[in-house]
Design a protein around this ligand. Structure first.
Ligand code: ADP
Ligand code: TYD
Length: 219
């Protein structure tokens, strides 16, 4: 379907796409490639990520890099708070952008919390901690780039000098399992698009485009 046609039936609000996957799955690569396509076609959009660069997000970054110590429950709660600020912040909150018709693409959203934090606490707790966010804004689609943890680790170690807290193989294996569990659990209330992330960046980008181009509205 052409974007032009969709723009007629979806003029009131922007789309919200959340990219998900284990570290090194290729999310930021794909967001850049999607952004280039949207730019070419004159779509109004905004790209963003979690953790954010807000004060709460920077606290999270300091914990993730080991500069500050915190209990896992505290970390999970900080991510939930960072997400609410990401949605509601008066300066650049994404809920207002979407209401204004600007599409938003986020590198990670609440499924990251469901997957990463349910490794060491009940998923139910994590889902409840993020209930406000899911009530305010559910993604138009969550795009899960699925890669084998070995491939992801290989990509990460090729390109990064230090490994952060979660970038260990056993952790990536468990996080991937938890993602799949969360998708199964919420499949009736969420629109989840599974993408095979072991293909070339070009092929993945084409597949994502085929699945999502209908959501965007022209300027
Ligand atoms: P993420 O944002 O999910 O952590 P990145 O997009 O940063 O992942 O990708 C991690 C690394 O893998 C980067 O160096 C990137 O260039 C490389 N990469 C991304 N997608 C692919 C792909 N499909 N095949 C091979 N390498 C890739
Ligand atoms: P980042 O360096 O942005 O990793 P990536 O480029 O792979 O997205 O670090 C984000 C880390 O934070 C990543 O390991 C996943 C983790 N995370 C959580 O544990 N909970 C969350 O709710 C979110 C959004 C991220």
């Amino acid at each position: 379907m052409e974007i032009q046609e969709i723009s007629k039936k979806n003029l009131i609000s922007g789309a919200f796409l959340a990219f998900e996957g284990i570290d090194g799955s290729g999310k930021s690569t794909q967001i850049q490639m999607l952004a280039a396509k949207l730019r070419e076609r004159g779509v109004r959009f905004y790209t963003t990520m979690e953790p954010t660069d807000s004060p709460i997000g920077s606290l999270i970054h300091q914990i993730m890099t080991g500069r500050i110590k915190a209990d896992n429950r505290v970390i999970a709660a900080l991510f939930a708070a960072d997400r609410l600020d990401h949605l509601l912040n008066e300066v650049d909150g994404i809920a207002a952008k979407i209401a204004d018709g600007i599409s938003v693409i986020s590198d990670r959203y609440y499924f990251s919390s469901y997957a990463y934090h349910s490794v060491d606490m009940p998923m139910e707790w994590v889902v409840q901690a993020n209930e406000q966010s899911s009530a305010i804004l559910k993604p138009t689609a969550t795009i899960f780039i699925d890669v084998d943890p070995d491939i992801a680790l290989e990509r990460i170690s090729r390109n990064r000098f230090h490994k952060e807290l979660f970038e260990k193989k056993s952790m990536l294996v468990r996080v991937r399992e938890k993602y799949l569990e969360a998708f199964e659990r919420l499949k009736d209330s969420e629109n989840i698009i599974m993408i095979d992330g072991s293909q070339t960046p070009q092929r993945i980008s084409e597949e994502i485009w085929q699945r999502v181009c209908e959501y965007f509205v022209l300027k």
